[in-house]
Design a protein around this ligand. Structure first.
Ligand code: BES
Ligand code: MN
Ligand code: ZN
Length: 499
């Protein structure tokens, strides 16, 4: 979608649909001058307008070039944060789709937010809501694919609005990249094919991608990744993505690690199909978030040295599959007793986290659809975040929570007390790969903690990575959760004042 910013008079905007978000307590003062600008039809529409969030009143302006217009309710102005602008804008995108609008104008409402933040949120909401995954829809060829052009109408501070609009578009498109990867059929994203797709994305947007095949993974003795892969006819890959701009503010990288289980059957500890295995193509959502974030960092030229690591395999019950009882020697040299082959994500992540030590990273952030327990604890809107005791733990947690609030990708911290770690004691190996019934997302994090020796954030995104039914600006399927969060967190992290 093309996105631009204008300060032309509203009545001059030649579009299929003109959207005007208005707060409920601002209606009385805002509507009369708007009617003056685009005609009396607006005052008649305004009779029905309450301003409640979600409200959309369509009308046909009599003194403007726009074919249609709509008043969008924003609720009380005191509650208008970036997230409200995203959802209001998403409502406008819905309306645009219903009317098959090719061109849409969106009036930036007066709020307490600065023009850049408002512009970003409005464009993000609109572009995210206009996302469609049509790759496998044979009857939609040549059909309507959402608006071609969005024009943001800014009252003043056009430059700031344009900065925000550009960033909003890029972040939303990068989120779309992550969604595409998640929504792709499993047989079209074997580890090798996924690596090809990531190489293509890297080439297009300007970050480096190197892909290791199985022989290198063997040389590196990644015992976790190799064990999980044993039941699969498809070889594993390990990807290293690099964004190293000349003006990077850090010498040691921030490393992002994404779980890349391209399909999780559970292995011999086989999953049930319904509501479980039936969406496990999404088990590479952590990897997808890392790819999307790298795309956005490169396109936004964020001055930060960032490395992305993606261990990728599927998890299948093949002839040679690893079994409960197997003891693995991991990349780090630690031994792990496998008691459930469905706890595979932590095994491949452990190898990647252990490998990450060679970079002497300032910080490592991993993202993984790791546990059903995360979904039980926090649901599908909020990811769990855990950190280790290394210096700055409290600041790190605060920074990621703030980035969550601001970006819309919400996170909530979980405790990491030592006693949870005891649940992983094994009788034959250093640790076992499951902790038991209680506190499943925490014991998974405790498992990973054995493989890190640097400041670390762990994000369990099992719930928010995928929605079975559409939610505001998230159509059913992969959500791209994590891209907006990482971009916000890393942009703040690169900011000189915070270093
Ligand atoms: N990929 C799943 C976790 C998952 C569950 C992701 C629901 C998205 C939605 C993971 O590999 C898994 O199977 N975890 C097990 C761990 C258990 C065996 C300790 C789980 O949560 O049941
Ligand atoms: Mn599993
Ligand atoms: Zn899994």
């Amino acid at each position: 979608m093309k996105v631009s910013v204008t300060t032309l008079p509203l009545a001059d905007l030649d579009v299929d649909l003109l959207l005007m978000p208005i707060a409920e307590d601002a209606a009385a003062t805002v509507l009369p001058p708007l009617a003056g600008a685009i005609g009396e039809a607006l005052s008649r529409a305004a009779d029905d307008f309450t301003g409640a969030p979600g409200e959309a009143i369509l009308f046909y302006p009599d003194a403007a070039r726009a074919r249609r217009a709509a008043l969008l309710g924003m609720g009380p102005s005191a509650a208008v944060e970036a997230e409200r602008l995203r959802t209001v804008s998403a409502r406008g995108a819905e309306l645009a789709a219903e009317r098959k609008a090719a061109t849409v104008a969106l009036r930036v409402p007066a709020t307490t937010l600065d023009a850049e933040t408002a512009g970003q949120a409005l464009v993000e909401g609109f572009v995210l809501a206009s996302y469609r995954f049509l790759r496998y829809k044979t009857d939609e060829e040549g059909a309507y694919r959402g608006p071609e052009r969005l024009v943001l109408h800014a009252a003043d501070d056009e430059k700031a609005a344009r900065r925000g609009a550009d960033r909003g578009r890029i972040v939303a498109e990068a989120t779309g990249t992550a969604r595409d990867l998640v929504n792709t059929s499993p047989h079209e994203k074997t580890p090798t094919l996924l690596a090809k797709a990531v190489e293509k994305i890297g080439k297009k947007h300007g970050f480096e991608v190197s892909v290791w095949d199985k022989s290198v993974i063997e040389e590196e003795k990644m015992g976790g990744l190799l064990a999980v892969n044993r039941g699969s006819p498809e070889p594993p890959v390990f990807m290293e993505l690099t964004w190293l701009p000349e003006n990077a503010v850090n010498a040691k990288p921030v490393v992002l690690v994404g779980k890349g289980v391209v399909f999780d059957t559970g292995g011999l500890s086989l999953k049930e199909t319904k509501d479980s295995m039936d969406f496990m193509k999404a088990d590479m959502s952590g990897a997808a978030a890392v790819v999307g974030a790298m795309e956005a960092l490169a396109r936004l030229a964020v001055p930060l040295y960032v490395v992305g690591l993606i261990p990728a395999t599927d998890n299948r019950p093949g002839e040679n599959a690893y079994v409960p009882g197997d003891v693995l020697v991991m990349h780090s040299g630690k031994t792990v007793e496998v008691l459930n082959t469905d706890a595979e994500g932590r095994l491949i992540l452990a190898d990647a986290l252990s490998y990450a030590k060679i970079y002497r990273p300032e910080l490592v952030i991993d993202l993984a659809t790791l546990t059903g327990a995360q979904v039980v604890a926090l649901g599908t809107e909020v990811a769990a975040v855990m950190t280790n005791d290394q210096n700055g733990a409290a600041d790190r947690l605060q920074a990621i929570e703030a980035a969550g609030q601001r970006s819309g990708d919400l996170v909530h911290p979980m405790p990491m007390h030592d006693h949870y770690g005891k649940l992983l004691e094994s009788t034959v190996a250093d640790i076992k790969n499951i902790g038991g019934k209680e506190a499943g997302s925490i014991t998974a994090a405790k498992f990973l903690e054995h493989f890190v020796d640097y400041p670390w954030l762990h994000l369990d995104i099992a719930g928010p990575a995928f929605v079975h039914k559409e939610k505001p600006y998230r159509p059913a399927g992969g959500t791209g959760f994590g891209v907006r969060l990482l971009v916000k967190f890393l942009r703040d992290y690169a900011h000189p004042k915070k270093r």
